[in-house]
Ligand binder design. Structure first.
Ligand code: TYD
Length: 200
């Protein structure tokens, strides 16, 4: 049976590095896996991503464009793949909107919940891997990047709120999440992922 898995965590948590490896592990077990990302994942979504990551905009516009990208992504990529029996792994999904636009920017949580309800009332990830890391560790990792996007340029207090937003989402629905201690070494994080793969 097909499954929808999402990867979440703040910038610098290392989720993207581990996502490719995780997808490979599932493929080696004979699963047909589609890897995708948000914002993005479709031609229109990638154009929206470009704007979202680079252009200043109001908090409301940011939230609406995130969900616009998501609606397109669900219709064009996620649902068709799941219906064809494939597994879908998305680098971020709606938890990021609650963490970044909600907790980070201060957008009303209920408004986001209404957008979530509108855009995907009938779809939630079967499993979300949340890469949790203290803000200082994430920032240290980001400091190696040559160019930082609009989100990555935010200050520590923004990321503290983002992390808190993720924790709130996990608390509201703990059975959907696997919380990964991403402050550990790559090898140790991989071991945590191996356990998840074998439970799948
Ligand atoms: P990210 O997925 O971390 O890509 P990269 O690893 O290439 O930097 O970047 C996407 C950024 O978009 C990230 O900073 C979080 C932000 N974002 C939101 O603010 N809200 C959302 O709903 C989503 C999906 C992403």
């Amino acid at each position: 049976m097909s499954k929808f898995i999402t990867f979440e965590g703040m910038d610098g948590a290392g989720k993207s590095t581990h996502l490719a490896w995780f997808a490979d592990q599932l493929r080696q077990r004979g699963l047909d896996v589609v890897v995708t990302r948000e914002p993005g994942g479709t031609p229109l979504g990638e154009q929206l991503r470009e704007m979202l990551l680079n252009q200043p905009m109001s908090m409301g516009t940011e939230a609406l464009l995130m969900f616009a990208s998501r609606m397109e992504h669900i219709d064009q990529v996620i649902k068709p793949a799941l219906q064809a029996g494939k597994w879908v792994i998305s680098d971020r999904f709606s938890d990021a909107s609650f963490a970044y636009q909600g907790a980070g920017r201060g957008m009303d949580w209920d408004k986001l919940a209404r957008l979530e309800q509108w855009v995907h009332a009938d779809l939630q990830p079967d499993l979300t891997l949340f890469f949790d890391v203290p803000v200082e560790v994430a920032r240290e990792r980001l400091s190696n990047n040559v160019s930082l996007d609009r989100f990555e340029q935010e200050q520590s207090d923004f990321f503290e709120r983002v992390r808190g937003g993720y924790h709130q989402r996990v608390q509201q629905n703990p059975q959907r999440y696997a919380v990964i201690d991403a402050a550990q070494s790559m090898a140790k994080v991989k071991r945590q992922l191996e356990e998840i793969v074998s439970s799948i």
